[in-house]
Design a protein around this ligand. Structure first.
Ligand SMILES: [Fe+2]
Ligand SMILES: [Fe+2]
Length: 145
């Protein structure tokens, strides 16, 4: 366990660890469902962009997993908890909402955290998710023309 990552308040620590599990599971599901979405994409441009977004989620997954490891001394093994949407349009709608909800969740978690390093990890990743939401919204708008 890394000393620097142990907040003074143990109750806060527990909440943060619980939120980290949720974050790891969310990233894990996104990595899986964005592979499906990537294969449903209508153009190479959209496919490439979704592949890059999926790469970001893999990076987020690693950052959160390693933070979890540092805080608990344990590895968290998530399970696939959701079924991926069937069509490209449904997948985009789902992704837009999921990314937006994730921005809120990570911003709240950043606000809760007392450790500056942990705060900045959550704020930085929230920015990525906001950017993902905009891309998905753009693809959704293009698909509806
Ligand atoms: Fe992510
Ligand atoms: Fe994302």
């Amino acid at each position: 366990m890394m000393e620097g990552f142990r907040p003074a308040d143990p109750g806060m620590n527990g909440q943060l660890i619980e939120r980290l599990r949720t974050a790891i599971t969310g990233e894990y599901n996104a990595i899986h469902c964005y592979e499906v979405l990537m294969n449903q994409a209508r153009t190479d441009h959209e496919r490439r962009r979704i592949s890059e977004i999926r790469g970001d989620e893999m990076h987020h997954f690693q950052v959160f997993s390693s933070l979890y490891q540092q805080m608990t001394g344990e590895t968290y093994q998530p399970q696939q908890t959701e079924a991926c949407p069937n069509t490209y349009m449904e997948g985009l709608r789902h992704a837009i909402e999921d990314e937006q909800n994730t921005v809120d969740f990570y911003m709240e978690t950043g606000d809760m955290a007392t450790n500056e390093q942990i705060k900045s990890i959550f704020y930085r990743i929230a920015k990525d998710e906001q950017n993902h939401a905009v891309w998905f919204l753009y693809f959704y708008a293009l698909s509806r023309r």
